[in-house]
Ligand binder design. Structure first.
Ligand SMILES: [Zn+2]
Length: 269
């Protein structure tokens, strides 16, 4: 059965579709709009990380001021952590808009895991200086040291991208949908982990959902980091289009090559 549509609020995600060249030379090039967004997120991520490292330096300087104030160190470490985490989240978001290529292995790793690397820079020197500080006494050292170690772990964990986006993945995911449906158009929800081919798919057109997004595969990844096509939709599309061919884009089929249909009956007067 065809897509019967949905009564939910359908939000069309604005923006140009990323260019999708022929299948044989498929590479993913982010739309200019996505690239601009990525640049903005990266700028704020770097600024946030600079503030985090600045707060670490402030905490390190406090270690030399006698008597060492426990509360002040904890406040500085907490603020350092807040900015480190904000930077990490913005950085990972930027990578979804403008992913790295898997072909350049070192760059791919550094770009996707930069948050974790920054976390080490923003906390490890402080942790080591706290643990080796002679002016900090037993209980005080234990408390401040523990807070700094926990902050290091949280910052490191939020900095890791466990599902790093890559240009190759985007190209492959887009190709999968395009090969199946002939177009780069999918639906998804805020809470879902898959994108769908039908807006009335049983998994998204539920009573729990009041908003469905539609857009390209890359947009589903940019906004929600969705990497998977709904199996139900895939099976439904395959079943419905088993006999019929996948519709080719109209522009690529000259009118003269269109297959001749049934002869048009001539009205008899
Ligand atoms: Zn579905």
């Amino acid at each position: 059965m065809p897509d019967k549509g949905t009564k939910k609020k359908l939000t069309h995600v604005e923006g140009e579709a990323a260019s999708s060249p022929a299948a044989e030379a498929r590479t993913f090039v982010p739309a200019p709009e996505s690239k601009a967004k990525a640049g903005k997120f990266r700028l704020f991520a770097v600024l946030s990380w600079i503030v985090a490292i600045g707060l670490e330096v402030a905490a390190i300087l406090q270690l030399r001021v006698q008597p060492i104030k426990t509360w002040l160190l904890i406040v500085l470490i907490a603020a350092d952590l807040v900015f480190a985490v904000i930077g990490n989240l913005l950085w990972k978001k930027a990578n979804r808009f403008d992913p790295a290529s898997e072909k350049q292995k070192v760059r791919f790793f550094v770009q996707n895991q930069l948050g974790a690397i920054i976390a080490v820079i923003a906390f490890l020197p402080l942790v080591l200086l706290i643990l080796t500080n002679k002016d900090l006494k037993g209980k005080q050292k234990g408390l401040v040291g523990a807070v700094a170690v926990v902050a290091l772990l949280i910052a490191g964990f939020t900095g890791i991208d466990f599902n790093p986006p890559s240009q190759e993945q985007y190209a492959q995911q887009t190709a999968q949908v395009e090969q199946l449906t002939g177009q780069n158009h999918v639906y998804w929800t805020k809470s879902g982990s898959k994108y769908h081919l039908y807006s009335d798919c049983q998994h998204i057109n539920t009573s729990k959902t009041d908003e469905i997004f539609e857009g390209t595969v890359a947009q589903a990844r940019e906004l929600k980091n969705i990497t998977e096509l709904c199996k139900t939709c895939e099976a439904r599309w395959t079943k419905e289009h088993a006999a019929a061919e996948v519709p080719a884009p109209a522009a690529e089929v000259p009118a003269t090559e269109l297959p001749a249909g049934e002869p048009v009956p001539v009205p008899v007067n």
